[in-house]
Design a protein around this ligand. Structure first.
Ligand code: HEC
Length: 159
């Protein structure tokens, strides 16, 4: 009896639905393993640690934002809590097991991953430089135009 109990406890402790595996979670996220109900891989719309899509928010630190595994599970169960995702996952619910794997992956990423800023500083510098460049070019090309119009006006008003 005691051994049976120990064995049961052992089974529970390795049961994937209780403790997710970050490696499996990563594969699910990036589509290396398909979701059992056919849901789309998360990376189509989400970035983690610098890779993935940009339609949805960066999920690198989502584990911290949602207060841990329980929070993640709560918002991903039953077609998810997010309007953009519901139409996809309503007919293709993630299983509890898959959600646990994803949560374990997010936990790992929250500690090790690098979040991608929505507007990297480099982009600003690049855009501002481009703006100055355009200003310069347009001045050089069209800068004299108004002056020449004005000159004509001034000349025509003389007579
Ligand atoms: C079709 C694109 C799409 C796919 C695929 C997708 N998501 Fe999302 N997700 C979104 C969008 C967009 C949001 C932002 C809320 C909204 O507009 O619905 C979001 C929000 C979230 C959030 C909340 C993020 C936050 O910071 O508040 C989590 C968590 C999340 N998604 C997890 C997942 C997981 C896990 C998967 C894979 C099973 C997934 N998403 C697949 C588009 C997608």
């Amino acid at each position: 009896m005691k051994y049976l109990l120990t064995f049961l406890l052992f089974l529970i402790s390795i049961s994937p639905s209780l403790a997710g595996d970050p490696q499996t979670g990563k594969k699910l996220f990036f589509g290396e393993i398909r979701f059992s109900n056919g849901g789309l891989q998360c990376m189509a719309c989400h970035k983690v640690d610098g890779s993935g899509g940009t339609l949805g928010p960066d999920l690198t630190k989502v584990f911290t934002r949602y207060g841990g595994a329980e929070g993640i599970k709560a918002v991903l169960q039953g077609g998810t809590a997010f309007p953009t995702m519901t139409p996809i996952y309503r007919e293709a619910n993630l299983t509890d097991e898959e959600i646990s794997h994803l949560a374990a992956f997010f936990e790992k990423m929250a500690q090790e991953g690098e979040e991608t800023g929505r507007f990297p500083a480099g982009l600003f510098i690049f855009a501002f430089g481009g703006f100055l460049g355009l200003l310069f070019v347009s001045q050089a090309v069209w800068g004299g135009r108004l002056k020449s119009v004005r000159r004509k006006l001034v000349e025509s008003s003389k007579y």
